[in-house]
Structure formats: structure tokens, C-alpha cells
Design a protein around this ligand. Sequence first.
Ligand SMILES: NC(=O)c1ccc[n+]([C@@H]2O[C@H](COP(=O)([O-])OP(=O)(O)OC[C@H]3O[C@@H](n4cnc5c(N)ncnc54)[C@H](OP(=O)(O)O)[C@@H]3O)[C@@H](O)[C@H]2O)c1
Length: 162
Amino acid sequence: MAVSIIVAMTRDRVIGNKGTIPWHIREEAEHFRELTTGNTVIMGRNTWESLPEKFRPLPDRLNIIVSTSLGEQKGAIVCKTVSEAVVKAAYAGKGETFCIGGAQLYMAMLPMAEVMHVSWVKGNFAGDAHFPEIDFSQWEQKQTREYEKFTYVKYLRKRPSG
Ligand SMILES: NC(=O)c1ccc[n+]([C@@H]2O[C@H](COP(=O)([O-])OP(=O)(O)OC[C@H]3O[C@@H](n4cnc5c(N)ncnc54)[C@H](OP(=O)(O)O)[C@@H]3O)[C@@H](O)[C@H]2O)c1
């Protein structure tokens, strides 16, 4: 039940401000769409509610929301726990399973993630939502691509040797 994280953040690990994403980077949104389309996305309730109505559910992806309070949602599966969400994603078998945020979901799912797709956003943005601290000694940088407003880096979790 492998899980990948996908996130856009500043070097200070800012991911959001006042319930939204503090930047509008068309190329980054396109990059997110390309990587996640055809796959499964797991998100927290706040992230689900922050999506503009026309992108809810995110099209051509299996949408899973983790929430203890939300009722049924059209076009998405609601799970009460992260483990239930991961099991549902595995059984649905729709490609790669991505955790797409927000801060609480990243915190809960980072320990189980094997892959991180990080868009390092250039510049400084004020924010009240952060990605958890990353222990880079546990991650190997596999791929990097430069864009005008962000740098994409794919990290794989290091396997214990021996
Ligand atoms: N830059 C990026 O890549 C990126 C991506 C996504 C989001 N964001 C930003 O992140 C911010 C939102 O983050 P957030 O931390 O406030 O919200 P969030 O993680 O999206 O959602 C939090 C909610 O999810 C549910 N939840 C979280 N962990 C749970 C668990 N272990 N078990 C059961 N339910 C759980 C709870 O819902 P209930 O209260 O209903 O139980 C909780 O209130 C926004 O600013 C958003 O724009 C940024």
C-alpha cells in the first residue's frame, strides 16, 4: 500500500494561508494535474473544501477525503481515518496513491510515504499552514526539473541497507 506525497511549498515549508494556497503558478498546477491524473488522491476535509466547486471532485482521479465530520460527498469517498483511506485506495487499485494535503494530512501520512514529489516554490510567502519537517537523511533525491517559478524534486525513501 505505497503512498506518495505531492506538495508545493516554499523553502520555509509554507503550503497555505487562510485556507488557500498563497501563490498562483499555472505551470505548477499543470504539473500537479499531469502527475495525479488517472490515479488516486487522498486529502483532508479542509483541502477538499478549499477546492473551487468546478474542480470538486478533482476530475479523472479517485477522490478520497479523510474526515470525522463530513457526510457523503458527490464524486468522492469519505473515510473516517487515514488507514481506512489507504486501504480503500489500495482496493480501488486506481494507479498511484497520492496524499495531496493539507498540513494535517501530510503530518499523518508522511511516515508511511515512500515517494515525495515536491515543488519547491521560489520566493517567500506568508502562511499559516506548513509541511512537517523533513529528515533529508531518510530521502534520496531522484529527479529534479527546473521551472521559472519552482523547482520540482522527486525523493525516494532510502531503504535500510544490509
Ligand atoms: N501547497 C500545497 O501543495 C497544498 C496542498 C493541499 C492543501 N494546501 C493548503 O493547506 C491548508 C489546509 O491544511 P489543513 O491542515 O488546515 O487541512 P487538511 O489537512 O486539508 O484537513 C484537515 C481536516 O482533515 C481531517 N483529518 C485530518 N487528519 C485526520 C486524521 N488523522 N483522521 C481523521 N481526519 C483527519 C479533519 O477533518 P474533520 O474535522 O472533518 O474530522 C481535519 O479537520 C490550506 O491552506 C490549503 O490551501 C496546500
